[in-house]
Design a protein around this ligand. Sequence first.
Ligand SMILES: [Mg+2]
Length: 326
Amino acid sequence: MPGPGEFELIREYFSSRFQTEGQPRSGSQGSADQSVVLGIGDDCALLSPPAGKTLATSVDTLVADVHFPASADPYRIASRALRVNLSDLAAMNAEPLWFTLALTLPESNPDWLEPFARGLSETAQLFGITLVGGDTTKGPLSITIQVTGACDAPLRRDGAGVGDHIFVSNILGAGAAALPIVLGEIEGSAEQQQQVDAAYYFPEPQFAVARAIGDFASAALDISDGLLGDIAHIGEASGLGAELDLERLPIAPLAQSIKGEQALETALTGGDDYQLCFTVPEQHLRALGALQLPITAVGRMQAESGVRCRLYGEDWQPGGTGFRHF
Ligand SMILES: [Mg+2]
């Protein structure tokens, strides 16, 4: 059983890898990260927010064997944990600044910690976010990450209007389709394995799309629980409902190859997509279209509450309504 001394070591592990104050932030043309006055090692980090910006902050816990298999590659677990949190920043059109990590571990195992810390630091580098504090405790494996970003024009859920067009970014259903292979329930071909790895452990936070739609979108969120449930969140926050034309959904090839006839339902109700869902008023459609973004219009907001699904004009009833946490 690891004593407190070993957890001191873990802290050192992260401190040495993430000594960051005054270090260049990736994506900032090598300029020093002046926002971190004091990083890991004191009672608190001291942070200096960018002038004139609004801070966006979010926290998320990933529990072993609930949100990822405990036996998964630690490098990939770290990548997924940070990326799904970054996705929440992207959904608000916030640029990443800082994050903190609370790590609960069953044991102090360098063979696990080394790749985990490497995955975390490489992902942080990639997205220009700085680890500024953390805590380790002993217990069943779980990872809590709090991210903070800065925004000029936050994309909220509550701004959609009646008749606004509903868009999604990229493709849907890959994350949920990946799950049976991630869990080892089915094996999958080599090509599927590759797509599963990308979809599940390296989801791409949609910062570029969020930046591009910032001036046009009336509401946005990232799709973590499935499009059907998440568009309902925009509807509830905006006091509206939505209608979706399911034949338009950009279904992931992985969902088609793994789920077959269930691919549409997977794209609609499966979780773990981390794509953006956003609404755009009619008058901005032309300007948005000119940007040639990887986005697809899938429906309209309506005054009547609830979400109505149509497939080629016919009413369509889904079997589930997205991932339920409890
Ligand atoms: Mg979210």
